[in-house]
Design a binder for this molecule. Structure first.
Ligand SMILES: Nc1ncnc2c1ncn2[C@@H]1O[C@H](COP(=O)(O)OP(=O)(O)O)[C@@H](O)[C@H]1O
Ligand code: SF4
Ligand SMILES: [Mg+2]
Length: 321
């Protein structure tokens, strides 16, 4: 395989709260290759957003990256001064947030906000940047781009805001897109459209993408490889086809069982019993052991390492070893 575009090595990001240290991302490693869509999937609270925010170094206070490396095209982003990091954000790596209002500024028109990044990063003149913004608004399939460009975010629907944000994020042609639950905030009816749009743009511009979702069903549709996260750690990682054909970790199997595919309409969907753990004092040993139907004595004491069970398919579990 070629060199990865992004290599995350043993990343640890903790929040120092008054209740204690929240180990939101606790020793996560993976690679993202050119043109690939890499999915991170897991229940709410397992550390997905913290992971994405760590990659572009936007972890909010009281969070802090306490260890690891984030190697982007050969450079460890964690070693860069903030001024250099600002040149990477948007231009090399862009992030689409779950809630578009976190990124859109209410006091500027969306045309202005889409035009601004190329002015900053490439010294593009204002007029060309505006023309390009209108073009991009058309590209993300918003009707009447000329009119839309003059709109403020608050007059747009949720779906249109998310489209504006996609236009803004691709305005500098980043090589890597981090999409954190990009369709969760919009109506179910527009979710599929929005995801299609995103995937088409990604393909057309030959970007790589890290797609974060709690929806395991979506993973099969769009991803090349998937990392299953549980309580701040990756518990299973591999090509999507392999992981779906042969899920090894009991948590991944649980997620598969939760999928509506193949269940009769009226039948209750399976829910993994128990609660996701508290990340201040996670369970010792395997963090999944309190919820695992196969837990053994060893699981309660020693943490299972991520090991290769078949080519490129890794699992952190004592079963099968
Ligand atoms: N700003 C914050 N301050 C303190 N704890 C936080 C903060 N943001 C997230 N966390 C905690 O970090 C853990 C991971 O959260 P998050 O990364 O948002 O997970 P996900 O995106 O998978 O839902 C959770 O336990 C959450 O409560
Ligand atoms: S290591 Fe043990 S507790 Fe953890 S998932 Fe595997 S069998 Fe279950
Ligand atoms: Mg999140």
């Amino acid at each position: 395989m070629t060199d990865p575009l992004l290599r995350v090595v043993d990343l640890k990001t903790y929040y120092r709260t008054s209740a204690g240290l929240v180990r939101a991302v606790d020793g996560v490693s993976f690679e993202v290759y050119k043109d690939e869509t890499f999915c991170v999937v897991g229940e709410s609270g397992c550390g997905k957003s913290t992971l994405a925010l760590s990659i572009i170094r936007l972890v909010p206070y009281p969070g802090e990256i306490v260890g690891g490396k984030i190697i982007y095209r050969g450079t460890d982003l964690l070693k860069l001064p903030e001024s250099e990091m600002r040149k990477i954000r948007g231009k090399e790596i862009a992030m689409i947030f779950q809630n578009p209002m976190n990124s859109l500024n209410p006091v500027f028109t969306i045309g202005f906000q889409i035009a601004e990044p190329p002015v900053i990063h490439f010294n593009m003149d204002g007029r060309s940047a505006w023309r390009r913004a209108v073009e991009l608004i058309g590209k993300v399939r918003m009707p009447d781009p000329e009119v839309r460009a003059r709109n403020y975010p608050h007059v747009l629907s949720g779906g249109m805001r998310q489209r504006s944000m996609i236009a803004m994020m691709i305005s500098c042609e980043p090589k890597l897109l981090l999409a954190d639950e990009p369709t969760t905030s919009v109506d179910v009816t527009v979710q599929a459209q929005l995801l299609n749009l995103l995937m088409n743009i990604k393909r057309e511009r030959r970007m790589s993408m890290v797609l974060i979702t709690h929806n395991f069903g979506l993973v099969a549709e769009v991803c090349n490889r998937v990392a299953v996260m549980y309580a701040g750690k990756i518990v299973e990682l591999g090509p999507v086809r392999e992981v779906f054909r042969n899920p090894v970790h009991p948590y991944t199997r649980g997620l598969m069982k939760c999928l509506p595919i193949g269940t009769k309409r009226k039948e209750q969907l399976y829910v993994i019993p128990g609660q996701p753990p508290n990340l201040i004092e996670p369970p010792p040993g395997c963090r999944f052991h309190p919820r695992c139907p196969h837990a053994m004595e060893k699981c309660k004491k020693e943490e299972p390492p991520l090991t290769e069970v078949e080519p490129n398919h890794y699992v952190a579990c004592y079963l099968r070893r």
